[in-house]
Design a binder for this molecule. Sequence first.
Ligand code: ADP
Length: 248
Amino acid sequence: MDEIEKLKSENEELKKVNENKSDLISVTAHQLRTSLSALKWTLKMFLDKDLGDINKEQEEYLGKAIESNQRAISLVNYLLTFNHTDNISMAAHINDVNLIILLKKVISIFQGELKNKKIELIFNKPESDIPNINCDEEMIMDVLQNLIENSIKYSNNNSVINTSLKYISSNNVVIISVHDNGIGIDKDDQMKIFNKFFRAPNAIDKESVGSGLGLFTAKSIVEKLGGKIWFESSKESGTTFFVSLPVS
Ligand code: ADP
């Protein structure tokens, strides 16, 4: 066998090993997500007092447990999304996605945390009809979950978060926005917040637990869907994240 043939065959071997590892990660991550979701609903039942009364302290701890659980789910979603990066378009389940229903679904996931922090999350009724988006629902859900989770995490108690949807017919895109009155993003950090593992110092002070993977993941997903993600932020007026997604 000449040198080139030998290299080719070694390369094939390595590809196979890599594929087997990716499959193992996918299977494990899916099982983890199922267990974490089951845990989430159980914790939520306790928090919602479906299983009997609980006191303030128990409510606080349960809220924190749900928050950590949600973060673990986001990490697992990240693993699932990027494990087969080369195959991402093949792995996607493309459907017509109604963003109003999806946004309401995501908001409902955070009811426990919102209640805990006494934050009011307002979903502003769209001014015009919002066309469906043809894409993978799980992917958009992941993005929205991350933006809403951050807006809650980096807001103070008793504040208000506004979410809205807008259809821009001239560009045939839907723009999703999430506005909070929270800690804001320092000018010096604004360039870095989409970088993998980056967490701004004021975010670490406010919430010690975090992965710095959420926005990196969100940006990768949005760009794969042909959209854009950006933000406006100041210490005085908080942060607004925008995501635009093409309708067709
Ligand atoms: P994590 O929230 O786990 O730290 P993310 O990737 O979701 O990671 O966000 C990266 C960083 O961007 C955060 O650590 C924080 O510094 C900043 N950030 C994101 N969303 C907000 C927000 N709504 N308000 C203030 N800072 C934010």
